[in-house]
Design a protein. Structure first.
Ligand code: TRH
Length: 398
């Protein structure tokens, strides 16, 4: 048995942008954290610099190799390329099973010791995740093993992505009321609107946004909704009566709507911290909403055969046991339940029940944060795991 684990010093992440922003959003956070907090040399191979640039404006387009925030960013154009063992990092992460270049895998198989090859999977609260986390899988031809690494909500998973200083940054931001007002003012939120329920809205195009807007308009309490450009385009256009460009705004009934620009990733965090309720989607904004310690509603990425319904229920079961209104609202928002509440009156009831519970859910969100912190953070758990595999591989050679 080894007394020490061998610390990996270099790491590469291969990220393919399948659709949307989440893949690069997650890989970019992970890359930065590994570099800044673990002192690892990180290279990020990314196939879509344009999408990357939307969340990180420092990124240059049409550049083969650039350094951003200390991370080497390489444009991953194709599967070609000849690699030698010196090119191979100690840890190789393929995000979400993306197919890394065969030349790179061939060189990995020649390294001594082998790099730790990890397939970083998607987040799910389903029970089977614990059983699959860190499972090895041998390459069909080459003498190299890949390990499945699952983020998750329990100590028997990889945990959630979270930078070490995040809680402190959030607390400082939220405790500065003038700072929060100034942050939101840049998106057109007036001092009077600061007293309303402030809601950020990020969802997939099939979300029932028009129904929600109608319920908000007719509700008693004023609501200020902040929606980034390109989100819920049709319902937002219908509400505004004009193109949903950044700066566009309109009030109807109790609802004031502001269209924001698509903001850089750190500002998106601040937006979540500044609002009273956040509608989020996919994986990364979903996790960041949890770290915002504010009530949130998750729009889950749709999958074939409604597999996402199972995932949604699994999460709601572990998260919202105390608030039935949140579960009912979330299921309807995701189209899981329709029968009893498909009319507008049903929406208003769902919303008013949920809204009444928002203060209680806000209190519970701090307990959830504490519970999640006990699992450690994904980047640290990943480094620890890779270190143990690498140590074992090195010892076997001695
Ligand atoms: O963009 P998404 O829908 O990504 C999804 C999920 O990751 C899903 O698991 C994946 O399979 C699918 O894409 C293909 O939602 P997500 O995960 O919340 O990622 C959005 C990212 O965009 C996140 O990092 C936050 C960032 N963002 C900004 O930086 N600025 C903004 O204004 C907004 C609205 C988001």
């Amino acid at each position: 048995m080894s007394l020490h684990t061998i610390r990996p010093t270099s790491l590469v992440i291969f990220c393919k942008v399948v659709d949307n922003y989440g893949d690069i959003g997650i890989c970019w956070r992970l890359a930065r954290q590994l570099q800044h907090e673990h002192g690892i040399d990180v290279t990020l191979w990314i196939d879509d610099l344009r999408t990357f640039r939307r969340i990180c404006p420092e990124v240059l387009l049409d550049t083969e190799m650039q350094v951003v925030a200390g991370v080497a960013v390489r444009h991953w154009r194709d599967q070609e390329g000849v690699f030698v063992t010196d090119d191979i990092a100690d840890i190789v992460i393929e995000f979400f099973g993306c197919d890394i270049p065969p030349g790179y895998v061939a060189a990995m198989a020649q390294c001594e010791p082998r790099p730790v090859w990890i397939n970083l999977e998607g987040l799910s609260a389903e029970e089977w995740v614990e059983g699959c986390h860190t499972l090895p899988s041998s390459h069909p031809r080459l003498p190299i093993t890949k390990y499945f690494f699952f983020p998750g909500f329990t100590a028997r998973t990889g945990g959630l992505l979270r930078e070490s200083g995040l809680g402190e940054q959030r607390r400082q931001f939220q405790s500065d009321r003038d700072g929060v007002a100034a942050f939101l003012a840049q998106f057109g939120v007036t001092p009077a609107e600061m007293a309303s329920l402030k809601v950020s809205l990020f969802c997939y195009p099939h979300a029932p946004v028009s129904e929600l807007f109608a319920a908000w308009q007719r509700g008693g309490a004023p609501i200020t909704c902040l929606v980034p450009e390109g989100v819920a385009v049709e319902p937002v256009r219908a509400f505004l009566g004009t193109d949903p460009k950044p700066g566009a705004t309109r009030t109807q009934g109790a609802l004031r709507l502001h269209v924001l620009p698509f903001v850089p990733q750190p500002d998106y965090d601040r937006l979540l911290w500044a609002c009273d309720l956040n509608f989020v989607r996919g994986e990364d904004s979903f996790v960041r909403a949890q770290w915002a310690c504010k009530p949130f509603v998750w729009h889950i990425y749709p999958q074939d055969k409604n597999l996402h319904h199972v995932k949604l229920r699994a999460f709601l079961q572990c998260y919202s046991s105390g608030a039935e209104s949140l579960a009912a609202f979330s299921l309807r928002w995701n189209g899981v339940t329709v029968e009893a509440t498909q009319d507008q009156a049903g929406w208003r009831v769902l919303w008013s029940q949920f809204q009444a519970d928002v203060p209680k859910i806000a209190q519970d969100s701090a307990d959830w944060e504490q519970k999640m912190l006990e699992n450690g953070d994904l980047a640290s758990n990943l480094v620890k795991f890779a270190g143990s595999i690498r140590s074992a591989a090195t010892e076997n050679k001695v």
